[in-house]
Write a protein that binds this ligand. Structure first.
Ligand code: HEM
Length: 473
């Protein structure tokens, strides 16, 4: 008699997401601080740590966690040497704290000389709240709804130009779509700006500068700018190129006869005033616009590239996505689950930070007032207790559950949570759906792409290279 076949136990989505054991965290007084030990410091010279962190953050972080546990201190370029945590309770303590107790570290980041000190991303305190309040309405979920059609048109147009049976990198193609979307949202232009217009000049310059920032010397430029207020050298030159069309766009729009009727972000900002009736200056406008253009398109483009980098190497997830979209069975749920899982396993911004102004507790460790604390999004997203089999790409984790606020943090959180999260999600939904419906994609090579670090982002080393085997209309 043949042996009876034993059917494998089905894996339930509920087995794929777990919970971390509780860990006390939050502001403490000096007396309690004195009872706690400092977090273990990675025993390498600061320069070695900086180089490893900026070259191979994944390997560096996983090794540090293996050797020192879920809280450790790194010494590098950030003054004070950040204590890095990967526990959701610690994350919650920082996201929900009064912002005066845990202001963002972005004011000290290498982005500051680029975006200036005045933007919603780089400002802290009252100034940050003011800028955030001005910008929230146009980035609200409902306001984003009306972009859906425009995103879909940008995606369809772009997909039509892709080569068949020839490997190419998705990242620049995705960037073309996301740049069109953010420029349209900010400047209120549909599709590509008119040739010769200041907007067209700005779009061209942004593309050129982003391409230049992938060159090896760009990382050096980035390192020498940490902690600086003003740009120097090549960056200064690049920014001057960017400033010219930006100021031209602002000046032209200030003069526009239909300014009051326009709903684009630039026009809204030009008409916005503070409670004291004060309007934004040209310099403030420039910082804000550059922030939105730069923060808003590369991140989303690389997040989409990572999603496909994972999908073309995960046959079950890929097939399930195509079937759901093409047969329209549970498509929305499957698309959402795929995006959430891609952002869990490859968070484009792998680490974010705050600087605590009072002593803080992180589990068994104490952190003194004035010290920086970083949250490793990468490590939180790869905790075995939260995400069993964390290195596997399993969109099923999310088919019947929503991600946790402090457990799934690709957009950060609290009052610094990504302003463009609703837009980024809308773009990913539309682009992923359109691509799944129209394209049969394959990986150009079987091995996964490694991560490369550029500015504050973590991107696929080869740009997410794929081959299109078939395209449907
Ligand atoms: C997949 C795409 C994106 C990812 C992964 C992402 C991620 C992040 C993260 C991690 C932060 C820091 C949050 C914190 O410190 O708690 C952030 C902040 C920010 N993001 Fe995004 N982002 C994306 C897309 C966008 C888009 C499309 C825009 C806008 C146009 C945008 C605009 C901003 C701004 C303005 C901030 C600063 C918010 C503040 O400090 O109040 N981002 N983003």
């Amino acid at each position: 008699m043949p042996p009876t076949a034993i059917a494998p136990e089905p894996v339930l989505a509920s087995d794929l997401v777990g919970a971390a054991p509780p860990s006390p965290a939050g502001p403490i007084d000096a007396a309690e601080l004195a009872t706690l030990t400092p977090a273990p410091t990675i025993p390498l010279p600061p320069l070695a740590q900086t180089l490893r962190f900026s070259q191979r953050q994944i390997e560096f972080m996983f090794r540090a966690r293996r050797e020192h546990g879920e809280v450790f201190r790194m010494r590098g370029t950030i003054p004070g040497g950040p204590v890095i945590t990967s526990h959701p309770d610690h994350v919650r303590s920082l996201f929900t704290a009064n912002p005066e107790l845990a202001p963002s570290l972005t004011g000290e980041s290498p982005l500051r000389p680029i975006l200036g000190p005045n933007s919603v991303l780089t400002a802290v305190g009252a100034r940050h709240m003011r800028q955030r309040k001005l910008l929230l309405p146009p980035f609200h979920g409902e306001a984003i709804e009306r972009y859906t059609e425009m995103i879909s048109e940008a995606a369809e147009r772009e997909i039509d130009t892709w080569p068949l049976n020839e490997p190419f990198a998705l990242a620049p193609r995705m960037q073309a779509i996301t740049l069109d979307v953010i420029m349209a949202g900010i400047f209120g232009i549909e599709g590509k700006p008119a040739p010769g217009s200041p907007e067209a000049g700005l779009r061209r310059t942004v593309k050129r500068l982003v391409a230049a920032s992938t060159r090896p010397d760009a990382q050096l430029t980035e390192l020498i700018h940490i902690g600086r207020e003003e740009p120097i050298g090549l960056l200064r030159f690049g920014l001057a190129m960017l400033d010219r069309p930006t100021y031209a766009v602002i000046a032209a729009r200030r003069r526009a006869a239909d300014l009051e009727e326009r709903r684009d972000i630039l026009s809204l900002l030009l008409q916005a005033t503070t409670e004291d009736g004060e309007a934004l200056s040209d310099k403030e406008m420039r910082d804000e616009l550059l922030t939105l253009v730069l923060a808003g398109h590369e991140t989303t483009a690389n997040s989409l590239s990572w999603a496909w980098e994972r999908l073309v190497r995960s046959p079950d997830a890929h097939e399930a996505l195509l079937a759901a979209v093409r047969d329209d069975v549970g498509a929305e749920q499957r698309i959402e689950a795929t995006i959430v899982e891609a952002m869990r396993s490859r968070p484009v911004i792998p680490i974010i930070g705050r600087r605590v102004t009072v002593p803080w507790r992180l589990g068994e460790y104490g952190v003194p007032a004035g010290a920086p604390i970083s949250m490793s999004i990468l490590l939180v997203h790869h905790r075995e207790d939260l995400y069993p089999d964390p290195f596997a790409f399993r969109p099923e984790r999310w088919l019947d559950r929503k991600p946790g606020t402090y457990e799934w943090i690709p957009f950060g959180g609290g009052i610094r949570r990504c302003l463009g999260a609703a837009l980024a999600m809308a773009e990913q939904r539309v682009v992923l759906t359109t691509m799944a419906r129209r394209l049969d994609l394959e990986a150009d090579r079987p091995e996964p792409e490694r991560a490369r670090h550029r500015n504050v982002t973590m991107i696929p080393e080869r740009g997410g290279r794929v081959v299109v085997r078939a395209r449907r209309d």
